[in-house]
Design a protein around this ligand. Sequence first.
Ligand code: GTP
Ligand code: MG
Length: 450
Amino acid sequence: MFETLGDRLAAVLKKISGRGVLRPEDVEAGLREVRMALLEADVNFKVVKEFVDRVRARLVGVEVAPGLTAPQQVVKAINLELVELLGGNSDGLHYSPTPPTVLMLAGLQGSGKTTTAVKLALLARRDGHKPLLVALDLRRPAAVEQLRILADREGLAFQSGNGTVEEIARGALKEASRLGNDVVILDTAGRLHIDAELMDELKRLKAAVPVTETLLVADAMTGQEAVKVGEAFAGAVGVDGVILTKLDGDARGGAALSLRLATGQRIRFAGTGERPQDLEVFHAERMASRILGMGDVLSLIERAERTIDQEAVKEVESHMRSGHLTFDDFLVQIRQLRSMGSLEGILDMVPGGAKLKGQVAGADSEREVRRMEAVILSMTARERTHPEIIDGARRRRIARGSGLQPADVNRVLKAREAMQQVAKQFGLGNRGSKAGVSRLFGQGGSGWSR
Ligand SMILES: Nc1nc2c(ncn2[C@@H]2O[C@H](COP(=O)(O)OP(=O)(O)OP(=O)(O)O)[C@@H](O)[C@H]2O)c(=O)[nH]1
Ligand SMILES: [Mg+2]
């Protein structure tokens, strides 16, 4: 299981602590442990292969970054890929542009549906909405009462009824429109195991009322079962997002990865306790570090990189002044940009930045930066210092190494040139370089191959 990913790596990492360049055999030894840990956690083998390939591309033959040790560099690469695989940070609840927003919670027995229904209702209320909780668990006699009590305690509107789940749901929607409830949360019944009857009930429910989103509620302790659960619900009912509960326990979060891959959907929220306020918007970085189990190492890396950045920035500036911007310089700029926060925030600070804002989607900029990074890290040291030698064949090789297309490599090549141009145009020094980076992102807002 995932519990051991960090532990598994520890021994391998210890052996490479003195290296300045990561030798392929060292990287392979580390990747073997990663592969085993993921396979044991029931992650699909194709995904494991892709994951391992992408981590490899970030590492083989790469010089260890200044300020980092070889083990730190490996941990960092694995962590970055985990974040990517987890699909990035969640954007919370999606309210329907045409109210009411109907949220259907589905999941196995005891996964936390009823508790989560109340948590979501409170969140919707905090967001300025008027939620209605609907009890549709007619299987467990006490289930309706459980939701009623929880709703009462929080002063939330509650609806139950007689008849089939479809009838109750339809009735609840009418009631919602009469009372002005613009968010309707359906708490459905669970089953001990995946079963056809349950799936059928959920499908009928979905056909009866206009469900905005079906959210799969799953226990973080699910472990091996998570892939099956995710696939079953996604296949039979359709899942738009996942809520992972009981993360306050000692689950390492492996289920997050499995559920994300099995459903193809993001983890939206994490349940972090039994109380109605214990709900957090899902945070991919936090989860990746939990899966990796090396939080201390990650914060060390961050600190090391911040310190190095200051020195590197000075060097970049001197290169800019001499008119020769290498890809190593470019990388420093990109990383500096990332550590400065959101791209939109930065654009606010540069002249003409506001105009570029529309072209850069907030959620994607982080991703773009990561891709640029992947392209540059797939270059050899000579290519980075002498970009002019990058011909068609090299371009294809770099694309392969970074898991992207030659066109993406072209974009990064052009971006470096653009930045050099802009640096000249805006004058030199700190302010000039910030403007340069922002400008080039404005030019490359979209169009990555995947
Ligand atoms: N520690 C912790 N406990 C949770 C969390 N979410 C739910 N629980 C607990 O898990 C148990 C089951 O939660 P319910 O909300 O009743 O689960 P359910 O999916 O509605 O269960 P059924 O209606 O039987 O299918 C309860 O004791 C909850 O208090 C969480 O995030 N953390
Ligand atoms: Mg329940």
